[in-house]
Design a protein. Structure first.
Length: 202
């Protein structure tokens, strides 16, 4: 199977994503959510769809148990008991996607300390897996056997992907997938915009 992945391709972008190439069987154009689901299927990882409101409600229970009225989020939570756990859950997921292990590092901030304490409540208040946890399972499974993907073409710059996604790309490369970065041709501007572009390029 040949896969083209782009951060905005989950919604479908035919025909522009083909960039002059005819559509063909066995070639998949996907975004992050689509590729995540495809990898889980290929690697035999059982999963069921978890909607964001469910995870927000679960995380909110942790906040109820943790909030002593003196936390950095306490005042905001008193004003909005839904949007605050949603925001904090998003921050938590971003940290895990960036490689955080749920522990407080030396010199960690007050906010990170609070998020660490919230993670320590995971046994009493479990949280359905988000994208980060699912990616970690994929990375572990890729260390055992390949995903059966012959080629992976990445549309966006590597820096636009989280650490865990970059780790997935590396694991795929290590297990035989040809991973390459698509080089996009720059648009040629005309008129004043073209003159400015040439000046910037020197």
């Amino acid at each position: 199977m040949y896969v083209v992945i782009g951060r905005t391709l989950d919604g479908g972008a035919f025909p522009s994503v083909l960039d002059g190439v005819d559509a063909s069987a066995g070639k998949l154009h996907v975004g992050l959510a689509g590729f995540l689901a495809k990898l889980e299927q290929s690697l035999g990882i059982p999963t069921s769809p978890i909607h964001e409101p469910v995870r927000v409600a679960e995380y909110s229970k942790r906040l109820v148990a943790h909030d002593d009225g003196k936390q950095f989020y306490s005042a905001s939570r008193r004003a909005d008991t839904w949007r605050v756990p949603r925001k904090l859950l998003g921050l938590r997921d971003e940290l895990f996607s960036g490689g955080w292990n749920g522990k407080l590092p030396a010199g960690g901030s007050t906010r990170l300390k609070a998020l660490t304490e919230l993670e320590e409540l995971s046994q009493a208040y479990p949280l359905a897996p988000g994208a980060a946890e699912r990616l970690l399972k994929i990375i572990e499974r890729l260390k055992l056997f390949p995903a059966g993907i012959e080629s992976l073409e990445i549309v966006d710059p590597p820096s636009s992907f989280s650490k865990l996604w970059r780790d997935v790309f590396q694991c795929l490369a290590n297990t035989g997938t040809e991973v390459r970065q698509r080089t996009l041709s720059s648009a040629k501007a005309s008129g004043d915009l073209g003159i400015a572009h040439k000046a910037l390029l020197g």
